[in-house]
Design a protein around this ligand. Sequence first.
Ligand SMILES: *Cc1c(COP(=O)(O)O)cnc(C)c1O
Length: 227
Amino acid sequence: MPFQDLPARLAEVGDRIEQARVRGGHGQVVTIVAVTKTYGPDAPVAAWDAGVRDAGENKVQEALEKMSSVAVPIRWHLIGHLQRNKVKQLDGFHLVHSMDSARLADALGAAGVARGRPVDALLQVNVSGEGTKGGYQPADVAREAERLRHLPGLVVRGVMTMAPFDAAEGTLRSVFRGAAESMERLREAGHPATELSMGMSGDYEVAVEEGATLVRLGTVLFGARAA
Ligand SMILES: *Cc1c(COP(=O)(O)O)cnc(C)c1O
């Protein structure tokens, strides 16, 4: 059976999330998004069978291929950078985590208008300022939140961020707190922003302590990805 360790790994991760949630004291509900990129279609199926209801992919094409061969009604999240010419291919996705620029936001809104159903998206913030990471600068979020209020076809559900790989705990905390502050800016502008997508295999406990509602977990559930 593929991914036979998955139920035990999920149980362990679930315990750790619950302990972190209590330690953090934010009282949020935490949902695991099982990141199935690079694994075959058997990964989302195994996740579904183990009780996971959300799967994450970082490329549209790979996700669409997987969706077409996966029969379980798992919810698909797009977590990787999205090119504007692919915004018409999002019908199968529940949530786009990676709205990382004003131009992409405009394209997502236009696609939502064209299809007659808004696109649900999270605003990606680059809190650490690393050049290799996409996303809005935290200082720009308040102004963009104002602008997005008037953009039809898009519903901004919250914020996504990625912390630097292997960062010290203090750095992780300041990144995750920065994301939470960006979510406050969205709320102040009137957006229905309740989702904080932060935390991966190496840092999800700190993220949950800092209020994460969506943790994006790949290797800790499925094992190392082939390079
Ligand atoms: C791959 C990926 C993850 C999951 O990474 P792991 O370290 O395997 O848990 C989470 N978020 C994004 C945006 C990713 O690309």
